[in-house]
Design a binder for this molecule. Structure first.
Ligand code: GLU
Length: 488
């Protein structure tokens, strides 16, 4: 029988859910889903009590569900290897820490933080590695007694074996090896009894029978410590895969400076989960053909850790916008309008419930502008076209166009024709432009541009006939008259 594939996503609930975390979750999930009985576990690493919150945990769960990433075991759903929140597992860590102490593989360390910091600073000044120098490695019972009397609370420190080569295999980076002398003795349980990440993660991954640890590259430097702990505890090491960093377009580490960084922000901006998942999958993983649009099912089928790149992935917002636009094409104008409504409310374009006929118009307006939208919040760039009759000419170039001698006759002809139109819709408005071109013997630009500017203030934009239809006859005329008056 082949081994059951078990992976986990183990976020620390310490703030907004970063898209890098979502990508790690996705890669794990895709990897698990490739196997009929593969399992994806969600574990919460909340040992940093000062920074962890239930609110952040809730956000992570909500974001994962929104993206379509479901977990087979973990918080909320339970499972054979729970509890799945680290702060609920303290007894387990304690037991293993004690085992290491009993076997002489770990020891109580009574050094204070100040002492440790001073030692570190001194070593740095001498250009030496700031590793613990082993003060408490071999304390006598008398020394221990004395420290206890002073009221010092000990940490538990791992006795890292010296002069060893620490090795592990990384699915992305290949064979990795480190010198154990570069690790030094490190704390595994803090003075308050809470384990540090490197200790808890090893115990959890081992007890939860995790077969593959797929996580961000920034944890690569932790892996040697984890490797020596696996050895000391007699646990079998999982296979590791460290996925590369996500860089901003300027090739520095992705951060707030680069714009939105959390899943929540992208959701709020009106990106679709299918598009974000598709985009995240392509951040580091390269499909084997030209295909770029993948549903979750297609991703499961096509994804392979063999084609996850070693070099950093660059977050290309234009690509995300393009992908999102592709997915938006599949939505109805009603659906896109619903996406836009919270944004319109936030910016006071909508202040009360919209009556049904207004809603119909708004949906119609959506159908006119939708091809220009890459994500929901972009609706706001176009909202004035529909909501704001206080039109202003956008710049002097547009203003100059309006001073051309053909403008007046074009506007007059347009108003005249609009007044006698058979049906007031885009289909019947379109031919009017052509008729004016013919009647006045002017080029198309001399008709479209001034009319567009007179109605919207802008030189370019969505289909003019469609806009005129949704704005309606009276408002269009009012806008034109206002702009024309402003030119005198
Ligand atoms: N709690 C760690 C983090 O959020 C996870 C590390 C791991 O996957 O091993 O970065």
């Amino acid at each position: 029988m082949s081994e059951q594939i078990r992976v986990r996503f183990a976020p620390s609930p310490t703030g907004p859910f970063h898209i890098g975390g979502a990508r790690s979750a996705l890669f794990n999930w895709l990897f698990a889903r490739k196997y009929p009985d593969g399992k994806f576990v969600l574990r919460i690493e909340d040992t940093d009590q000062a920074r962890s919150s239930r609110e952040s945990e809730e956000n992570i769960k909500k974001a994962l569900k929104w993206l379509g990433i479901t977990w087979d075991e973990g918080i909320d759903v339970g499972g054979e290897y729970g509890p799945y929140r680290q702060m609920e597992r303290l007894d387990i860590y304690k037991k293993y820490a004690q085992k290491l102490v009993d076997e002489g593989k770990a020891y109580y360390c009574y050094c204070t933080e100040d002492e440790i910091n001073a030692e570190r600073e001194a070593l740095k000044k001498q250009n030496k590695m700031p590793l613990y120098q082993g003060h408490c490695r071999n304390l006598t019972p008398e020394q221990i007694e004395a420290y206890k009397k002073e009221g010092r609370k000990p940490t538990i420190r791992f006795r890292t074996p010296e002069n060893q080569t620490v090795e592990f295999n990384d699915m992305i980076r290949g064979h990795m090896s480190f010198d154990s002398n570069g690790i030094g003795d490190f704390v595994i349980v803090k003075a308050d009894g809470v384990p540090v990440y490197n200790f808890a993660v090893v115990i959890d991954d081992a007890l939860m029978k995790i077969t593959h640890v797929i996580r961000a590259e920034e944890h690569l430097s932790n892996t040697p410590r984890q490797a020596v702990l696996y050895q000391a505890l007699g646990f079998e090491m999982p296979t590791f895969a460290h996925i590369s960093l996500i860089l901003g377009e300027d090739h520095t580490k992705m951060s707030k400076r680069h714009g939105a960084t959390s899943v929540e922000q992208y959701k709020k901006l009106g990106y679709l989960p299918e598009a974000l998942v598709n985009f995240l999958a392509l951040l580091g993983w390269a499909p084997q053909d030209e295909k770029e649009i993948f549903s979750l099912d297609e991703l499961i089928e096509a994804f392979s850790m063999d084609h996850v790149a070693k070099n950093p992935a660059v977050f290309d917002i234009n690509k995300l916008n393009w992908l999102n636009a592709q997915y938006m094409k599949k939505l109805s104008s009603e659906e896109i309008t619903m996406m836009a409504i919270p944004h319109l409310v936030e910016k006071n374009y909508l202040v009360k419930a919209i009556p049904q006929d207004e809603m119909k118009k708004l949906v119609k307006f959506t159908s006119v502008i939708r091809d220009h939208l890459s994500y929901g919040a972009q609706y706001l760039d176009y909202a004035d076209l529909f909501f704001n009759d206080d039109v202003k000419i956008e710049n002097t170039e547009a203003e100059n166009i309006m001073h051309d001698e053909t403008v007046e006759p074009v506007i007059t002809a347009f108003k005249e024709k609009l007044a006698h139109i058979e049906t007031f819709d885009a289909e019947h408005i379109h031919p009017i432009f052509k008729e004016i071109i013919k009647g006045l013997k002017v080029g198309g630009k001399k008709v479209y541009m001034p009319l567009r500017i007179a109605i919207t203030g802008q030189m370019h934009g969505p289909d003019l006939a469609g806009l005129i239809e949704v704005i309606g006859h009276d408002r269009v005329i009012k806008r034109i008259e206002k702009i024309m008056a402003s030119l005198q």
